[in-house]
Design a protein around this ligand. Sequence first.
Ligand SMILES: N[C@@H](CCC(=O)N[C@@H](CS)C(=O)NCC(=O)O)C(=O)O
Length: 202
Amino acid sequence: MYTLYYLPDACSLATQVVLRELQQPVTLINKQQVDNFSEINPAGVVPVLLDGEQVLLEGAAVMLHILNKHPNALMPSTADGQQQALQDIMFANASMHPAYGRLFFLAGTDVDASLRQGLMEKAAEEVSRLWAVVEQRLQQQRFLGGEQLSATDIMLAVYSRWSAAFPVDIVIGPNTQAMLQHVIERPTFEQALRAEQAQQAA
Ligand SMILES: N[C@@H](CCC(=O)N[C@@H](CS)C(=O)NCC(=O)O)C(=O)O
């Protein structure tokens, strides 16, 4: 049984969805309800996954831990496929996530409103540029995993939901939108969202 420290709608949602795809039960703990969270993760961020006594930090490392531990179709079995999957996970975690992170930072910064809007538009251009990279890949295939859903598709679906929080245009191409829609409509995604909401209501 896993325990996942999460924040509502945050990147930890992808960890939860993947655990559900792997049919692994998980207990959720909202980071906001933990007094000593920095003792669990000094960086102060989610996801944190407890696997028994093991404390796992950093979204990409957490993702690889669970994908390697449980047999699944989200991670290819060939060396080339695994290399591509690793690159894709890092693209999501280390390129797309920080690009959205700049928007979150700017939205919370106390600067002149027109300066902030200009900076946010610049930051949104970078996010759109990265979505164009995804769109290019999806010209030939349905998912970043090929015809098979991958962990990265799930991570990107979680990040894509953040776009609506910002007063800027973020361009996501049609193939990418179809992929994201497929992921968001999966039962595991809906269950994960409901589980977060149930925690908040409790
Ligand atoms: N490099 C870290 C970044 C994680 C991260 O930035 N998580 C955000 C949520 S998406 C967070 O926990 N922010 C702290 C907060 O909002 O309190 C990872 O990949 O795990």
